[in-house]
Design a protein around this ligand. Structure first.
Ligand SMILES: Nc1ncnc2c1ncn2[C@@H]1O[C@H](COP(=O)(O)OP(=O)(O)OP(=O)(O)O)[C@@H](O)[C@H]1O
Length: 373
């Protein structure tokens, strides 16, 4: 509604809404007509049966093949049959509706399981924990032929922070999605040490990854259950640490029921910055080995960002971190900065190395990345 008012497009949106309603109305009329045809059909079949049998038995009586008493008995039996036959025809109609609904449900049921039974996956990490992307190319399924990522060769070293920067649409988020195995690359592979990522169990891998994505979801539940997702008995120590790192102590104190305050679906009723801090707390609570942050702090004010980045720097120690960010303050301390352009890696190195090179990173810093402290 806000966007509609701000863009003065009430009239167009109203017409679009009315056209949808008119379509729905036509559909409902068709539906009603079909129901009427079916009812009329049922009535016609039933009455035709009555007329036919009455005609045949009456003829038999006239021809002397049947007594009047037998005709009355047949008429009585037919009368008794009317209701069950009507019910049976209604049942056939409902069966057809149920069949259509089942077909739709089956479309979801037929989606193949990520971890099919009978196929074994590794539930432990190899000794080395570096992640490597080797000659990786990727196109989103059904999204045309242009690859979103082309020939990506990249090492994400264990225990270090790797930042990915680049223009909007250059493929940064896609790399994270591939690392989290939401999609499989069409060409090339991802390995942890010498083990293919595809050999590692999805559940195990996602269990050791702490993630904040741009579209991270806030559940319609209280704050504890939004931080300790899926944990029936949240660990109080871990919770305390997560709240501290995400700097949400004051925010929680200001709420009427503190940690037990319910927040609306998708985070309604809290600001973007508070939403991001809850998502950061969720990632920290998991105590993960790998951390993937996609624009995790872009909605934070400068003071909050500074505090959280300091807390995170201590938290990141010894963990393998990949950060996608547009803010220079977030990326400049990374051990390695990857620069992406149109789905390829154009440069990589430390902040000092890349700025002295005066290439794409330098241009980004100059034109796009916010020149923070
Ligand atoms: N689900 C999808 N289906 C089809 N194409 C997609 C999908 N998601 C992203 N793309 C396309 O892939 C390209 C790379 O998108 P990606 O989200 O990785 O970019 P990005 O560098 O993270 O951008 P931003 O900085 O704006 O988040 C874009 O051209 C985008 O339109």
């Amino acid at each position: 509604m806000q966007e509609i008012k701000l863009n003065n497009c009430e009239r167009q949106k109203r017409w679009a809404w009315e056209s949808i309603q008119a379509g729905l109305f036509r559909f409902n009329v068709k539906n009603l007509a079909l129901g009427q045809y079916q009812q009329a059909g049922t009535f016609f079949i039933n009455e035709s049966k009555n007329v036919l049998i009455t005609f045949l038995v009456a003829k038999s009586v006239i021809d002397g093949q049947m007594t009047l008493g037998a005709m009355m008995a047949v008429q009585y039996i037919i009368g008794q049959l009317n209701s069950p036959i009507e019910q049976m025809l209604n049942f056939i109609q409902q069966l057809q509706d149920a069949k259509i609904s089942l077909e739709r449900l089956n479309e979801i049921r037929d989606i193949t399981n990520e971890e099919p039974e009978g196929k074994s996956f590794m539930s432990e990490l190899p000794i080395g924990k570096d992640i490597t992307l080797n000659d990786l190319s990727f196109t989103y399924p059904g999204a045309g032929n242009d690859p979103v990522l082309s020939n990506i060769n990249l090492t994400i070293p264990e225990g270090k922070t790797t930042a990915i920067v680049g223009m909007s649409g250059s493929g940064k988020t896609t790399i994270l999605k591939l690392l989290l195995r939401f999609y499989e690359p069409q060409y090339g592979d991802i390995k942890v040490d010498h083990t293919y990522l595809s050999q590692i169990s999805f559940r195990f891998w996602r269990g050791i990854c702490g993630v904040v994505m741009q579209d991270g979801f806030i559940f319609s539940d209280n704050i504890v259950r939004n931080i300790a997702v899926g944990d029936e008995y949240p660990d109080q120590e871990k919770l305390k640490k997560a709240i501290h790192v995400a700097n949400i102590t004051d925010f929680i104190r200001s709420l009427p029921l503190g940690l037990n305050t319910r927040i609306g679906a998708e985070g309604n009723g809290i600001s973007q910055g508070q939403r991001q801090r809850i998502l950061i707390a969720r990632a920290v609570y998991k105590n993960p080995e790998y951390i993937f942050f996609d624009e995790a702090t872009n909605a934070l004010d400068a003071i909050n960002e500074k505090v959280i980045m300091e807390n995170l720097e201590a938290f990141f120690k010894g963990r393998t971190v990949v950060i996608v960010a547009h803010r220079l303050s977030t990326v400049k301390n990374a051990d390695n900065i990857i620069v992406m352009k149109n789905g390829i890696i154009t440069e990589q190195g430390t902040h000092a190395e890349l700025t002295s090179k005066r290439g794409d990173y330098f241009e980004l810093v100059k034109n796009q990345l916010e020149l923070g402290a």
